[in-house]
Design a protein around this ligand. Structure first.
Ligand code: AMP
Ligand code: ZN
Length: 116
């Protein structure tokens, strides 16, 4: 699939609307359309990367940025102390359905481990 057809690239450029909760020069965070918890936010890099499986050493800063942003959003929304779960579904066996790297930030209920 080309970047032109990527729904998350369209969310980055505003072609597809989203409920944004955070944005900076590197990433955008918005509410998941199909929430799996009371809070379910997706954090994506503005630059298209297919999946975690495609990242390399030069993506270190972007990957760090996504996780630090998750921690900041969690503090900002007031659920950091109660806790939350961060998930990166990767490729077919990982359950990835949208092939633009994204971090799920889930909170507001107790999560089980291992996930199904
Ligand atoms: P994954 O299965 O890890 O690839 O996650 C993709 C996520 O994107 C799912 O949780 C979907 O509900 C979510 N999603 C798909 N399209 C949209 C959209 N237009 N706006 C917000 N979330 C979306
Ligand atoms: Zn994309």
């Amino acid at each position: 699939m080309s970047v032109q057809d990527c729904i998350f690239c369209k969310i980055v450029d505003g072609t597809i609307p989203s409920a944004k909760v955070y944005e900076d020069e590197v990433c955008v965070a918005f509410n998941d359309l199909s929430p799996q918890a009371p809070t379910h936010i997706l954090i994506i890099p503005k630059e298209h990367v297919d999946s975690l499986a495609k990242t390399e050493a030069n993506d270190k800063e972007t990957l760090g940025h996504l996780l630090i942003s998750a921690a900041e959003i969690a503090r900002g929304h007031g659920f950091a102390d109660d806790g939350y779960r961060v998930v990166i579904n990767t490729n077919n066996d990982g359950g990835q359905t949208v092939f633009h790297l994204h971090v799920h930030l889930l909170a507001g209920r107790q999560f089980v481990f291992p996930p199904g």
